[in-house]
Write a protein that binds this ligand. Structure first.
Ligand SMILES: C[S@@+](CC[C@H](N)C(=O)[O-])C[C@H]1O[C@@H](n2cnc3c(N)ncnc32)[C@H](O)[C@@H]1O
Length: 550
């Protein structure tokens, strides 16, 4: 860790550099500060009260590191301009590379994330002579500087047992992508990448280069912005664009998930960039500043009054703490409102087949009958499609893709109703659990209906069975609803059992053991938040059941 004087010297050098760039502005009541005592690196605080709607700082597009400004993009124009010509999207959504177009096709790096990796790799190998030197100097450059999950070892990750988040780290797929798409470009143009003796960089081994790609990839994931075109040309209303808001989706999130997977269509020319000063701001689920993207510059504006001493905070989106940890390497109490728990379809099946005590089924034949019904459901492609069981409902960054069982990765996401932040960056309503995902309820109810009717002797008798009375029908509906809720309740309990520690254990760790810090503490925040959500779901279910049983 840098001494605090080195840290401050670098901050000052960066601020001086920033202010010296044509077109920048920096509000005099702001200061870059050292927040490492609370594991938040650098941040910006107000030194005087700042009124709402104040321009905090302005960043001309010319000082953003991106394809538009980079020396590398100018030196290798072929690589950075090929995306429209060498790639097409097939109807299935797969990417096809047009081999006839150019025999250098393997060098095309169509994803804005990969483009920025190449650019930053080049700049880091030329950092001493780079025009961004003071800016590059304040960015984390070593793996030890990151707490994103990519850099956690197996022992650290044990703290996240039970959570689905470790399965989304995607280190292998990122390594594959770097090996296939970045290393060949660097090797082919080694004269360019290693051309700066002043920066003292000799040719890197594949291992060292891959390590650097991971560092830069993580840097981009936690620092870069999706650069939107001039908002004046957007289709949104003027008021919305001025507020940096989007009509339909609430706050625009200008940070994508670039975890080794392209999330932009091959034909969408989206650019990512490193935005000096904007990325010095930390963030939270309640925030007080917003970046708007203008024609020539980007402007950070206060959304409400920022009192002297308060931190200026940006917004990274409605992320659960697990996701915040994976992408950004930290957790906050306010982000727990967005916590989620993934419930695998396999767990739901186990509960239905083996755990739930079907009172109306003969104990011998019961499980076989239920299994048969589930198999039929899984075979029914319409049903699977409707329930999303064919799709990987979980993140596509999973390393272990299910080749055999199309439902292996299927699952349901439990979450609260959390609402959007308001136009001042505040969350006015409490987040609360108000229902299970519709698909989960539908599938359980469907199974319950089938099982109950298969085990109902009046259903299996002759076609001339007497019509059911209204009260019988009501009873039947009630039975289906209560059985569905009982199964959901059991699913939640079993999901809770998948965490090695209880809520009480975790709360004790946090309360009694004040030495629980860093990664261990953040892991507790994630798993505790998920378990609290499960308990909320359980209480909600039991409340509903109590009403039906009255
Ligand atoms: C865009 S940078 C913000 C500046 C950063 N603090 C620095 O020192 O360079 C994003 C990173 O800052 C840290 N960060 C952002 N918001 C934070 C918060 N509320 N608490 C702790 N760390 C935070 C995380 O490490 C995150 O990956």
């Amino acid at each position: 860790m840098d001494s605090s004087s080195d840290f401050d010297t670098q901050s000052t050098a960066f601020l001086d550099w920033f202010k010296a760039q044509p077109g920048t502005q920096f509000h005099p009541s702001l200061r870059i500060v050292d927040l490492r005592d609370r594991s938040a690196g650098r941040g910006i605080i107000a030194t005087q009260d700042i009124a709402p709607d104040t321009e905090l700082f302005t960043i001309p597009r010319s000082i953003i590191i991106s394809e538009e400004t980079s020396t590398l993009a100018k030196k290798l124009p072929g690589i950075f301009s090929k995306e429209e010509t060498t790639r097409t999207t097939t109807t299935s959504g797969d990417i096809d590379i047009d081999l006839d177009d150019d025999d250098d096709f393997e060098e095309s790096v169509p994803d804005s994330w990969l483009n920025l990796i190449l650019i930053l790799l080049y700049e880091s190998l030329h950092h001493k002579t780079s025009k961004w030197f003071p800016y590059l100097s304040i960015l984390p450059q070593r793996s030890e500087s990151f707490n994103t999950l990519m850099f956690w070892d197996d022992r650290d990750l044990l703290g996240l047992s039970g959570s689905a988040i470790p399965s989304k780290i995607g280190k292998e797929s990122a390594t594959r992508m770097f090996t296939e798409r970045i290393l060949p470009v660097v090797k082919r143009h080694s004269d360019l990448f290693y051309s700066d003796p002043d920066s003292g960089t000799t040719e890197l081994s594949d291992t060292a280069l891959l390590e650097r790609c991971h560092i830069i990839g993580s840097l981009i994931m936690s620092y870069a912005f999706d650069l939107q075109p001039d908002q004046d040309s957007d289709s949104g209303s003027e008021e919305d664009t001025e507020m940096g808001e989007n009509d339909d989706d609430g706050w625009i999130e200008d940070r994508g998930d670039h975890n080794g997977s392209s999330n932009t269509s091959a034909h969408t020319k989206s650019t990512m960039g490193m935005v000096p000063m904007a990325d010095v701001l930390n963030a939270d689920a309640e925030f007080n500043a917003h970046l708007s993207h203008g024609d020539d510059s980007l402007t950070m504006t206060s959304l409400r009054e920022i009192k002297a001493g308060q931190e200026v905070l940006n917004y990274y989106g409605p992320l659960p703490n697990g996701e915040l940890l994976r992408r950004y390497g930290y957790t906050t109490p306010k982000h727990s409102r967005y916590d989620v728990v993934e419930v695998p379809w396999s767990l739901v099946k186990t509960v239905i087949v083996s755990d739930y005590k079907w009172s109306s089924l003969p104990s011998q034949k019961g499980p076989t009958m239920v299994k048969k019904i589930l198999t039929e459901i899984e075979r029914d492609s319409d049903f699977r499609f409707e329930l999303g069981l064919d799709m990987n409902n979980f993140d596509n960054t999973k390393d272990n893709e299910a080749d055999v069982d199309p439902t292996a990765n299927a699952g349901f996401i439990l979450e609260r109703d959390s609402g959007d932040p308001d136009d001042q960056g505040l969350c006015p309503v409490d987040a609360k659990f108000i229902s299970f995902p519709e698909e989960l309820v539908d599938v359980v109810r469907h199974v319950v209906t089938m099982v109950l009717s298969a085990s109902d002797p009046t259903q299996t008798q002759s076609k001339n069975k007497p019509a059911k009375s209204k009260s019988n029908k009501n009873e039947e509906v009630k039975k289906i609803k209560t059985t569905t809720l009982e199964i959901l309740s059991l699913v939640v309990r079993r999901r809770l059992d998948q965490y090695p520690t209880t809520i009480q254990d975790d709360e004790n760790l946090l309360l009694l053991d004040k030495t629980t810090t860093g990664r261990a503490r953040m892991a507790i925040d994630v798993r505790l938040g998920e378990k609290r959500l499960l308990v909320e779901a359980l209480e909600w279910t039991e409340g509903k059941l109590a009403k039906y049983r009255e």
